[in-house]
Write a protein that binds this ligand. Sequence first.
Ligand SMILES: O=C(O)CCC(=O)C(=O)O
Ligand SMILES: [Fe+2]
Length: 354
Amino acid sequence: MDDEKSSTSFSMGKSAQERGLPYVPECYVIPTSHRPSLTPDVATVPTIDFGRLKQGPDERELVIEEIRTACRQLGFFQIVNHGISQTVLDEALLSASEFFNLPGSEKAKFMSNDVHNPVRYGTSLKDGLDTIQFWRAFLKHYAHPLADWIKYWPNNPSNYRETMGKYSSEVKKLNTEITEVITESLGIGPNYISKKMEDGMQVITVNCYPPCPNPEFALGLPPHSDYSCLTIVLQSCPGLEIMHTGDSKWKQVPQLHGALQVHVGDHFEVLSNGLYKSVVHRATLNSDKTRISIASLHSLRLEEKMGTAKELVSEENPGRYKESSFKDFLNFLANNDLAEGKSFINTLKVDEKQ
Ligand SMILES: O=C(O)CCC(=O)C(=O)O
Ligand SMILES: [Fe+2]
């Protein structure tokens, strides 16, 4: 996600004690209804074995069916046997954590509030901050075409560009494979959008959530869905929660060593005419260890519009979304605060009564 514009959007009004509630440190401003549970339900997340895609047409068809169900019901799944080695995953996480361990002055070289900036660092963990709702630092950088952008990435730690570059290019390839399977599962064929996606944007968001003394009163990231077509996430430990569409409850995604998480983003919801849902998710905190997540967000080129596949529109099932580009999302972001619950996908929905 792309944010960091506000740190004081919620106001609690009367203090908890005035309302006869248990003591809450005054610096935490997330209202009770938005606070996470320290013992969340665990999500039942479909785990897709990508190796099975190469085990003949029958097996491939079964995997595609599993992906179709996951995208319709949750907008989320995990993949194993994805072809990216554990060393590449571990080294990317290690470089990320070394970057966030650098002195503030080193990270501040990349500090920017301009959402259009292709490389930027931000943090809600500022010295002297008197209200806390989000407990996160992040580094974002464009990653495709890699040769165009890598020279602007941090070179401290000294192997950051090498390890994160390797991870980024492998995830980019994996994204093309997942895209093919997803459009196949929509019945519009594997090549429907794969070439455009190959040439499209890749934004790497590296999130760092340090231990929080009161994880029950704050969040790492507010609830949101990603603007992307697909987001692929690597996490160092649990903390991601997804909103279960069935019972509208927050559930924690369990840690599965070596797995990658796949989020359906807003632009695939649009492509599918709402058949697939972009998953609403948030990041929670813990009090004893730093959590790192590396989100790779994939979309079409900066100004290329994503619209609904015409094959999925009919008289009985009219188009439900306006088309939009990544740039449209950035313009939306520059003027709206996602922490206040503003949602890009809602701005794309065509009024059904029209
Ligand atoms: O930390 C996570 O697991 C989620 C990160 C995320 O949602 C994002 O960067 O958009
Ligand atoms: Fe996200």
